[in-house]
Design a protein around this ligand. Sequence first.
Ligand SMILES: Nc1ncnc2c1ncn2[C@@H]1O[C@H](COP(=O)(O)OP(=O)(O)O)[C@@H](O)[C@H]1O
Ligand code: SF4
Ligand SMILES: [Mg+2]
Length: 331
Amino acid sequence: MNNGNDTVLQVEDLRTHFFTRTGVVKAVDGVSFELKAGETLGIVGESGSGKSMTALSIMRLVPEPGGRIVGGRIMFDGQDLVEMNGSDMSDIRGRDICMILQDPMTSLNPVLSIGDQLTETYRTDASGPARAVWQRAVELLQMVRIPAPEIRMRAFPHQMSGGMRQRVVGAIAISRSPKVLIADEPTTSLDATIQLQYLRLLKDIQAETGAAIIFITHDFGIVARMCDRVAVMYAGKIVEIADVEDLFFRPQHPYTQALLGSVPDLEEDVEWLTSIHGQPPQLDQMPIGCSFQPRCEYAFEKCEEEYPPEYLVGNKHIARCWRLDDDHRTS
Ligand SMILES: Nc1ncnc2c1ncn2[C@@H]1O[C@H](COP(=O)(O)OP(=O)(O)O)[C@@H](O)[C@H]1O
Ligand code: SF4
Ligand SMILES: [Mg+2]
């Protein structure tokens, strides 16, 4: 790969801003992380913390006008996606980097049969005789656990259940062998069964293709089940990133600690953020210093003066909090 190891995606100091009448909203404000082949990275954080905009920046689908990537690099396969022209980017999007939406209706064409949509990729690639292409599509449906796939090939999206449509989208994704899958969970929770099916589908796609997954969620229980690493976002920045176990058992940032403290049981799905007092800051009116300071029970003078740098607090475990500074620890 691009830098001689198994890194598939490297995001460096990404900045995505919205230019509004009331000011500049720093939706993504210096985000860096890397993604290894086959790895699942969770991104968690309160609503409005910049998770979706991080994902949409990687897809180069930041809402315009108003939104724009203003800085940083997104290295994929030796190329910087931030600098890439629109047509090269649209080749990458949907082939190498796919977003799997939970609401699959918008990703399917309502007037084409499932079979036609699944074989489309191959027909444009002109690979092999029609019979083989059809057979491959049936196999793809089997891989995502669709019963009676031969019959389903002739069905249209509106004739299928939501869960079934989701799996069709998954089958299409497998056919493209993506390197990176991005899954952005909607904040309104779906039916629990559909949600479980969705998680299983993502893992099925990963098992078939070896894709790395970026999984955006507000639910730590899901992170525990799905992810290898996890990044915690607050007000446009990653405040802590670590391997999942490390983060759960040795959280270093007060925000992460508060989040985890409010999860009674990791096996249980809970809306965890409601129990942290206070509100996240307005992103166009950020406090000087640490953005968590108004809500932080450990805040001290330094926190009001300057944003904390990154501290390496363990193996590949990084957190941004002044309490981790040697000067503070020894004082
Ligand atoms: N179209 C927009 N115009 C202006 N600001 C926006 C727009 N979309 C998102 N934002 C800002 O970007 C921030 C991050 O949004 P988002 O990435 O969607 O958050 P999350 O996915 O973590 O809930 C929001 O807090 C909001 O202030
Ligand atoms: S830097 Fe200060 S305010 Fe920010 S999280 Fe750490 S202790 Fe709290
Ligand atoms: Mg979002």
